[in-house]
Design a protein around this ligand. Structure first.
Ligand code: ADP
Ligand code: MG
Length: 468
């Protein structure tokens, strides 16, 4: 069939589609489409880029199929093609209406419309999801109730419940799990939803490589077209000044367009070293919630859930034994569960308490025992030949200030104490003093190799002494 014939046919399909889809959305997604080939078996439709391809194929496939059937009585397989990014034929022009689609037909916000003038090229790189990090696999207890409830609220009403949502807590307490649970829940409900889930490191890498390519504009646009942005481990933004600057603009744009922003971090916003105040304050605009170490009962429930997910049922006493011995971090629990599941598979037998004890003795010892601030003080005092009481005093002579800063730095690194608590060990200093000390040491560590080596040695000594 001639291309004119195909185009006429496609125009009548479009006319049919126009009746079924709100005008602004039709204009946005279908105005620039063309038919490439047509037969009763297959139709190939050209769209401007991958974003449109995703949106149209996820959301409008049925309407397109019905319209084709209405116009010519065929039910061909529908395929989309688009020119790869960077191709000059890409003529799609994003207009203000894109925001109407995003906002369920609310009037566009002035600040947001200003930035979308050229076409998006492609999505930012997406991190893979863990299939099991879903809400139904997350065990709720007093330590994470609020974080869980707020994540659910945001998954149900993106951009409306809390924006941004800032989840913080120590390693292995479920931040990544909750972020991905939000992604799963939303995509399950609406697969055309454009969300971007990235580790902060990926965000930084993408930004740096866009600077190297001289394509910061491209980077900006990619992030500004999304419905939801989730960044895991934002503490890595600390001391990355240019990326912070860029993130600040991305944040503002999405926020103004009422797009949901979700962040996770190992500490509260004000405790992220070297984070600019304007970002700190923005991180607190929505809801800041903390995940704590799960209680014994929650740990038992997590062990049950995780082992069940792996197809093994542990007895109550085995679950309790693990929960009693691995306290501070759910990832450690998982390590123990995996170990026992492997043992049970290998020997094709149920795990008795005795077998669990024998097998976990090794695993449990692998984990660092908890370091106390007093362990750090003793070793630092001994190394620098200062008195313990001096480290904890207000004395400001150089011979004491540096060892004190080293102790604070190591306390933050090796213990689970908050900055405030650490300040408490040093004669009631407030958390800003502790942040200052940590930054000083971080700086010195990157500048002087000797000093870096000294810190490594002290760290080994502290951890080594604990294990002995
Ligand atoms: P974080 O990002 O805070 O370091 P993760 O989300 O990676 O921690 O969690 C570490 C592991 O512990 C993951 O396998 C996660 O599924 C599991 N986990 C943490 N909290 C829970 C919970 N409340 N219920 C079930 N699994 C959990
Ligand atoms: Mg994580």
């Amino acid at each position: 069939m001639t291309s004119d014939y195909n185009q006429n046919l496609w125009n009548s399909v479009l006319a049919e589609l126009e009746k079924r889809i709100p005008k602004n959305l039709f204009e946005l997604w279908f105005k620039e489409t063309q038919v490439v080939s047509y037969s009763p078996e297959a139709i190939k439709i050209k769209v401007a880029n991958d974003i449109i391809e995703k949106k149209v194929s996820d959301k409008y496939l049925e309407e397109i199929g019905e319209s084709i059937f209405k116009c010519c009585g065929d039910s061909p397989k529908i395929e989309f093609v688009f020119d790869p990014p960077g191709d000059e034929q890409d003529t799609f022009n994003f207009e203000e209406s894109i925001f109407q689609d995003w906002q369920d037909s609310k009037p566009p916000i002035a600040t947001a419309t200003a930035i979308v003038k050229s076409e998006p090229r492609s999505f930012p790189k997406q991190m893979p999801f863990n299939e099991t990090y879903r809400f139904e696999n997350f065990v709720v207890g007093p330590s994470n109730q609020l974080a869980h409830a707020s994540a659910l609220a945001v998954a149900n009403k993106p951009g409306k419940a809390y924006n941004p949502l800032f989840l913080h807590g120590g390693v292995g307490l479920g931040k990544t799990h909750l972020l991905q649970a939000i992604c799963h829940a939303i995509l399950q409900r609406d697969s055309s939803y454009i969300l971007v889930y990235l580790s902060c490191e990926e965000f930084i890498n993408e930004f740096i490589s866009s600077v190297e390519r001289g394509d910061v504009e491209g980077f900006r646009h990619r992030f500004r077209y999304v419905d939801m942005l989730l960044i895991d481990d934002v503490h890595f933004l600390g001391s990355k000044e240019r990326t912070q600057e860029e993130f600040f603009h991305t944040f503002n744009t999405l926020y103004n367009a009422q797009k949901q922003i979700i962040l996770s971090c190992d500490s509260a916003p004000s405790e992220i070293p070297s984070l600019k105040e304007r970002l700190v304050s923005r991180f607190k605009w929505g809801l800041v919630t903390k995940l704590d170490i799960p209680t014994f009962e929650t740990r038992v429930a997590i062990i049950k859930k995780k082992s069940r997910l792996k197809g093994v049922e542990f007895s109550d006493e085995v679950c309790q034994y693990i929960a009693e011995n691995l306290v501070s971090n759910v990832r450690e629990l998982e390590g123990a569960i995996n170990h026992l599941v492997a043992v049970s598979d290998l020997h094709d037998r149920e795990i008795s308490l005795d077998l669990a004890k024998r097998n976990l003795r090794e695993v449990i010892q692998l984990y660092e025992p908890e370091v106390q601030v007093s362990d750090i003080l003793n070793i630092v005092a001994e190394h620098f030949k200062v008195k313990l009481s001096e480290l904890q005093s207000k004395k400001r002579s150089q011979s004491v200030v540096r060892p004190r800063q080293v102790s604070m730095y190591l306390a933050k690194k090796l213990t689970k104490h908050s900055l405030q608590e650490i300040g408490g060990f040093f004669g009631g200093k407030d958390h800003t003093t502790v942040i200052h000390a940590i930054e000083k040491i971080k700086d010195a560590r990157t500048q002087k190799k000797d000093f870096h080596e000294l810190l490594v040695e002290l760290e080994h000594k502290i951890l080594g002494d604990k294990k002995a």
